[in-house]
Design a binder for this molecule. Structure first.
Ligand SMILES: [Zn+2]
Length: 115
């Protein structure tokens, strides 16, 4: 089986999953995903240039939920309590995703003015 190293800084663990293109071990996935959640939570108020579209964030959250759930279920490197934290993370990502549209509003209103 082809095994890759985690891309977390100074980490020598085998990557168990990936997030936004970065190969990560269970612990680094948790660290990165937690930061992402904090960003998404504060960043969905405005779509000003740097922010991703709500649809993109919704898709990323879906990905994060499925990977965190998978790690919580079968990661070999995490302890029982770390798996529980991972599951909590999946639940908060799922709850946050409910705040975003599921592809219904692909663009904000400002694309087309009422003129
Ligand atoms: Zn790592």
């Amino acid at each position: 089986m082809d095994q890759h190293r985690c891309t977390g800084s100074g980490c020598a663990q085998i990557a168990e999953t990936d997030l936004e293109g970065h190969l990560l071990c269970g612990r680094h996935f948790y660290a990165v995903a937690s930061k992402r959640l904090a960003v998404y939570r504060s960043g969905h108020t405005g779509l000003d240039g740097t922010a991703r579209s709500e649809t993109a964030i919704s898709a990323l959250l879906s990905d994060l939920v499925s990977k965190a759930t998978g790690l919580a279920a079968k990661s070999a490197s995490l302890t029982t309590s770390e798996r529980e934290e991972m599951y909590e993370l999946a639940l908060s990502a799922l709850a946050l995703r409910e705040c975003f549209p599921k592809g219904l509003h692909l663009e904000p209103h400002d694309r087309k003015q009422h003129e």
